[in-house]
Design a protein around this ligand. Structure first.
Ligand code: CO
Length: 289
């Protein structure tokens, strides 16, 4: 008799746990918000489309939204009739649409100013009354020292093969933020991979002139120029490869090097986008904690 009761009880318990599990799954509406600095360059779209595709492939049932952190870019695009949300506006809209669990993924390169700002926004939304049940933030491309090593490993095979007299020079953005030191780390692993890979920054501490002695020492004649940024936008087309006298291309040409612009954003390279997607998957797991 007692066996019979315990059997009924287990059945009831099983039914109850299944049922409540199902209700839980139904009430959680999950969404992804991808956040980038933004660019008004047509070519940037290529990178954003690839990232969008790869994220949707990894999360086929989760709606994906976008926001730009740069107000200047958003205003410029608005004038062209393209409305892009800021991160807080995008999150407020998702809240209104009934999303209860959101993963915000940073598409920035380093955890600098833009990432700090995003972290603060996510923090505020985590403590908003009647806000999201859960919200987490995915790391930028380079966060752990493993990321720095990995991006070089993924990037190297897709670069043009270099002969003895050729070098590959990346233009990192650089910043006054302490995270500028990531570029020095990056330079270390680039050089470790191949002595003909170099990196300098537009707004950081490693300047173009800092790498000139090494270019000369290695008897480099031809230099490929590529932005180490998510998109090939303004910095790539003007500061790196532009016709202006102070662009890197003009400066290096004057010094006797032959320059070959290789204007591809990191977001246009599948194996690199995979690192951002991996960080998104990690942030998604954090929702379960
Ligand atoms: Co800039």
């Amino acid at each position: 008799m007692s066996y019979y009761f315990s059997f009924i009880f287990s059945l009831f318990f099983l039914f109850f746990s299944l049922f409540s599990g199902q209700t839980l799954a139904q009430t959680a509406k999950q969404g992804i918000l991808l956040v980038t600095f933004g660019s008004s360059y047509q070519q940037a779209e290529k990178a954003y489309e690839l990232i969008d595709q790869k994220v949707k492939k990894a999360f086929p049932r989760t709606p994906v939204y976008w926001a730009y952190t740069s107000k200047k870019i958003r205003n410029k695009l608005a004038k062209e009739g393209k409305q892009i949300d800021s991160p807080p506006l995008a999150l407020a809209k998702m809240l209104e649409q009934g999303f209860s669990e959101v993963v915000v993924q940073s598409l920035h390169v380093i955890p600098g100013e833009e990432f700090d700002y995003l972290k603060q926004i996510v923090n505020r939304f985590a403590h908003l009354p009647k806000g999201f049940k859960k919200i987490s933030l995915g790391k930028p491309l380079l966060y752990s020292s493993k990321d720095v090593k990995e991006v070089v490993k993924k990037l190297y095979p897709v670069l043009p093969k270099l002969n003895k007299e050729e070098a590959f020079l990346f233009m990192g953005h650089g910043t006054e933020h302490p995270a500028d030191v990531y570029y020095a780390g990056l330079n270390y692993w680039l050089q470790n991979k191949d002595k003909r890979l170099f990196l300098a920054t537009v707004e950081g501490s490693i300047e173009l002139e800092d790498i000139l002695p090494d270019l000369r020492k290695n008897k480099i004649k031809r230099i490929y120029l590529m932005p180490f940024m998510s998109v090939a936008g303004d910095h790539a087309h003007n500061d790196l490869a532009g016709k202006e006298e102070d662009s890197w291309a003009s400066t290096l040409t004057k010094l006797g090097f032959e320059c070959v612009p290789y204007l591809k954003g990191l977001g246009e390279i599948e194996s690199v986008v995979d690192i951002w997607v991996k960080h998104l998957q990690q942030a998604y797991k954090e929702l379960d904690n």
